[in-house]
Design a protein around this ligand. Structure first.
Ligand code: PLP
Length: 395
């Protein structure tokens, strides 16, 4: 009998499985369960984009591309990034196409993190950052962001966690799971601390397009000299509804991209060629038609967001108004339960699945994450059941 325990890399072996997957593994076994749990658009990729991918296959464009990705795509991303976040990146050597933002984050952490380096991770946050940092032998240091501060990171919190070992900080706004956004003035307060302590910023901007109430997204890379110490990670999954194509990108100064390029070359060679042609069409079409497809999806998300906020208010669950992404993050404290107890009890009683907020870090434990990447019909049905459930609890 092989003792696998002693053979496996202890860091990889001991990583906790994603709290989202754990919960949805249970929900998936239940018949007719209504889920508001998944973090991916319910829209299909707009047909006009997909057709470009199909055409590329028919034309035999089925070979590897350059490791960094198709030059035309990098060139278009460069134009897009300049227009959208106001930062210039050279398509030659400052942009790299990755397998989703996921691979971009992994390669970025591996390019920067040496053993024992500390990386600050404001929580609640998406589930991949801490495990990826740990896999580098570095140390993820959580910072608990609070509802009182609208789940934003404050300069005081940042300063308090910095030690001589701190190498970098992850910023992910608009945020999954809270929907929080750090605006320009919020980010500006962090900049002097980041610069004084010579930190690298990993800026996960995958939800950058998805902001509401006329808000303007600001990338920290666009503030002062921050471009030189920021790694922007983004991708096509969310705003072009292209999750399954697995396409993302990283923008950073060439010295950093050089190293990320080597990691990417040895681990994946290049991103999917078909997906790259699809993304190229998505950007080119969007430039021509003023991002029509994206704006149409945004309007639908916004209607759902407002509907959910109203329902939560009527039910009596406190909720901070999310201003980005496609999640709401209500507190369930008033029910006497924490997020995990609430999510399991709701699943048991009403067959509705939401994600316990603790899956995203300790400061999320009194909350649940509800995704509105579902049709209004599904959302309405789920909320009728959540309303019944909360009423029964209060009896
Ligand atoms: N970053 C955040 C904040 C996410 O929520 C997700 C996916 O849910 C990702 C990155 C990964 O995106 P991709 O599909 O591009 O790998």
């Amino acid at each position: 009998m092989i003792d696998y325990n002693s053979l496996l890399n202890p860091v990889a072996r001991d990583i906790k499985p994603s709290g989202i997957r754990k919960f949805f593994g249970i929900a998936a076994t239940r018949k007719d369960c209504i889920s508001l749990g998944v973090g991916e658009p319910d829209f299909s990729t707009p047909t006009i984009f997909s057709q470009a991918g199909i055409k590329s296959i028919c034309l035999g464009k089925t070979h590897y591309t350059a490791n960094a990705g198709l030059f035309e795509l990098r060139d278009t991303i460069s134009k897009y990034t300049k227009q959208f976040i106001g930062v210039d990146y050279s398509p030659e050597d400052e942009i790299l196409i990755t397998v989703g933002a996921s691979e971009g984050l992994d390669a970025a952490f591996r390019a920067i993190c040496a053993p024992d380096d500390e990386i600050l991770i404001p929580e609640p946050c998406f589930v991949c950052y801490s495990p990826l940092v740990s896999l580098c032998g570095a140390v993820p240091v959580p910072i608990e962001c609070r509802i009182e501060n609208e789940f934003k990171l404050t300069p005081e919190q940042l300063e308090e966690k910095i030690t001589p070992k701190t190498k970098g900080i992850l910023l992910a706004y608009p945020n999954n799971p809270t929907g929080a956004v750090m605006e320009e003035e919020d980010l500006k307060k962090l900049v002097p601390i980041i610069e004084k302590n010579n930190l690298i910023v990993f800026s996960d901007e995958i939800y950058g397009e998805l902001v509401y109430n006329g808000l303007k997204f600001t990338s920290i890379a666009s503030i002062g000299n921050m471009r030189e110490r920021t790694i922007v990670v983004s991708g096509f999954s969310k705003y072009f509804a292209m999750t399954g194509w697995r396409l993302g990108y990283v923008c950073a100064p060439r010295e950093i991209i050089d190293v990320i390029h080597k990691i990417h070359q040895y681990s994946v060679m290049c991103a999917s060629t078909v997906a790259q042609y699809t993304a190229l069409e998505a950007l080119n079409t969007s430039f021509k038609n003023g991002f029509k497809e994206v704006h149409e999806m945004m309007e639908v998300y916004d209607t759902r967001r407002k509907y959910i906020l109203k329902r939560l208010q009527d039910i009596g669950l406190d909720c901070f108004e999310p201003r980005g992404a496609f999640y709401v993050f209500p507190s369930v404290k008033s029910t006497g339960m924490d997020g995990e107890e609430f999510a399991y009890a709701l699943l048991d009683a009403k067959n509705v699945a939401v994600v316990p907020g603790g899956a995203f870090g300790e400061s999320g434990k009194d909350f649940i994450r509800i995704s509105y990447a579902y049709s209004l019909d599904v959302i309405e049905k789920a909320f009728d059941l959540i309303e019944e459930f909360v009423k029964e609890l209060k009896k």
